[in-house]
Design a protein around this ligand. Structure first.
Ligand code: DQA
Length: 149
């Protein structure tokens, strides 16, 4: 079974109470449960993690090289600041989908630039928790079309 790493960055542990008018009422545990159900339906294994530490995300992206077929990443604010995450995703070379709960292009201009988009297969934003499910559907499609044998 192919495994997907679903990686979450800073402040996403506060989902449910953090700016619910932007991010919705679902908690990170709710997001994890929805992802687990979708992975199961797609026949994928899942590793779901959150950290507030940039370097930890870098390390998990490196781990994915050995242990995962693809990555779904919501890097939170590090999306807009982190050359280290850009380099890590590029170095590992796994199909990666950048996700955001909110439509970052409808928000402050500092959220319009992403260091991850140029090294990601695709980007999904603005669908709340469904952004993650859409990312998993897309990743599953990529993995199936690139399957060998
Ligand atoms: C976010 C958007 C980012 O701009 C923000 O810093 C976050 C969450 C989202 O999921 O909408 O922390 O990645």
């Amino acid at each position: 079974m192919k495994t997907i790493y679903i990686l979450n960055g800073p402040n996403l542990n506060l989902l449910g109470t953090r700016e619910p008018e932007i991010y919705g009422a679902d908690t990170l545990a709710d997001v994890e449960a929805r992802c687990a159900a979708r992975c199961k339906a797609l026949g994928l294994g899942m590793v779901f993690r959150q950290t507030n530490v940039e370097g930890e995300l870098v390390t998990w992206i490196h781990d994915a090289r050995e242990k995962a077929a693809g990555i779904v990443i919501n890097a939170g604010a590090y999306t807009h600041t982190s050359v280290a995450l850009h380099d890590a995703v590029k170095a590992v070379g796994l199909p990666t989908i950048e996700v955001h709960l909110s439509n970052v292009y409808k928000r402050e201009s500092f959220r319009h630039h992403s260091y991850l988009s140029p090294v990601s297969h695709g980007v999904i934003c603005g669908f709340g928790v469904q952004s993650y499910e859409l990312a998993l559907d897309g990743l599953s499609g990529i993995l199936n079309t690139t399957r060998k044998g």
